[in-house]
Design a protein around this ligand. Structure first.
Ligand SMILES: *Cc1c(COP(=O)(O)O)cnc(C)c1O
Length: 400
């Protein structure tokens, strides 16, 4: 008998297969949706062992569910983590992770242009708990290092950022944080586990809004956190009591969506690069934000820590918000919506999507022009998308 050799598959294969086999009961080739609020036990001793964590199994749907667990396993493997736990939304993943560890009097260092909801946690909710939050200019590593050095319990990073696609050097910031014993959280939503794995650079926790690229079909909300068993168990405990649990149907949609994550990502990243090159040369366009561009301020860092640059870019128009109002309704193949990362191209002004919670003054302070268009590339044919942009941009000239 030949002995079976250990076999380490690529991430593309993992998106299809990882985390599923133990959950495919009854010989199913897919992970079934287990719609059951509670799990029954005939043997009281067995029930007790499961309830006290001495035996494997499920007790109550707010805590664990087999379909949800399969999704967590797939993500755990894709991020190369020891453990993973999931949430009803990406914001639940972010807020639960922060609240698990932060205590009054502690200090968080982060950047100014994190996701709008995250920014609200930092500017509104954490200060109410007497937690000091210092927000630095994204990409200004010297400033971030100086603030971390002054004292820091959690260094919270998002790279690339939403919507201006700025990049933070993970290696460098992890080093600064470890010098002061701070935990490093990284929101990896824009990159997906295929383009970047923050744990490989020494981050403690990687967080995703599963609502975006992971699901990919804009039909399910979810969030997930991956990291060491020790940290993830603490977050799980906070979540099981606070109740921001992922629904089994959402877990199923996310599992199904993730089977095509690599295919979608390959197409979306290639199209983004091509569309960005087209827009850079367009006379109506002011600035284009995408890390593949040589003149992107952190192009070299992105090249070093990302496998591909992602399916998200943004651009501003010379004609301002009036130009956006003339151009955007003319797009044929784009949903004008607040989400991103879907199979359909999705566009929106930053002021009505990622940063709708902020005032115009706050957006200006974050370096987000009012005419900024966030463009999430779908899986459509790239030539069609280019022609669509071209015909829609032509409306600016005639209307201004
Ligand atoms: C959408 C998003 C979130 C929040 O996720 P929800 O699932 O909408 O709660 C967090 N971070 C980033 C980068 C996002 O794009």
């Amino acid at each position: 008998m030949t002995e079976k050799q250990p076999f380490d598959p690529t991430k593309a294969t993992e998106t299809v297969w990882a985390g599923e086999k133990p959950y495919r009961v009854h010989g199913a080739s897919q992970v079934p949706v287990v719609h059951s609020v509670a799990f029954t036990y005939e043997d009281l001793d067995h029930w007790y062992d499961v309830a006290t964590g001495k035996a494997e199994g499920h007790i109550y749907g707010r805590n664990t569910n087999p379909t949800v667990e399969s999704f967590e396993e797939k993500m755990r493997i894709l991020e190369g983590a020891e453990a993973a736990t999931s949430f009803s939304t990406g914001m639940a993943a972010i807020s639960n992770s922060l609240h698990t560890f932060l205590r009054p009097g502690q200090r968080v260092v982060s950047t100014k242009d994190t996701y709008g909801g995250t920014n609200k946690i930092f500017s509104e909710f954490l200060p109410q708990l007497n937690i000091d939050v210092q927000l630095c200019e994204t990409g200004n590593h010297e400033d971030m290092e100086a603030e971390v050095k002054k004292g820091c319990d959690i260094l919270y990073l998002e790279t690339p950022t939403n919507p201006t696609v700025k990049i933070t050097d993970l290696n460098r910031m992890v080093k600064a944080a470890s010098d002061v014993g701070a935990l490093v959280f990284v929101d990896n939503t824009f990159a997906t586990p295929l383009n970047q794995n923050p744990l490989d650079f020494g981050a403690d926790l990687v967080i995703h809004s599963a609502t975006k690229f992971l699901g990919g079909h804009a039909d399910a909300l979810g969030g997930v956190v991956c990291g060491s068993k020790e940290l993830v168990e603490k977050i799980y405990h906070y979540r099981e009591i606070n109740g921001a649990t992922m629904d089994p149907m959402s877990a199923y949609f996310l599992l199904r969506g993730m089977k095509t994550l690599d295919l979608r990502n390959e197409r979306q990243c290639a199209s983004a690069k091509e569309l960005v090159e087209f827009l850079v040369d367009h006379p109506a366009v002011d600035q284009v934000f995408y890390p593949s561009l040589e003149d992107h301020p952190n192009h070299e860092i992105a090249k070093k820590q990302m496998r591909r640059y992602g399916g998200m870019f943004s651009f501003s128009l010379k004609s301002g918000i009036e130009g956006v109002k003339a151009f955007m309704p003319q797009l044929e193949f784009a949903n004008r919506a607040a989400n991103l990362g879907a199979v359909e191209t999705t566009v929106g002004p930053a002021r009505t999507t990622s940063h709708v919670e902020n005032t115009p003054e706050e957006r200006a302070a974050l370096g987000i022009p009012e005419s900024l268009v966030r463009y999430s590339v779908g899986i459509e044919n790239v030539e069609d998308l280019k022609r669509d942009l071209e015909q829609a941009l032509a409306y600016i000239d005639s209307s201004n």
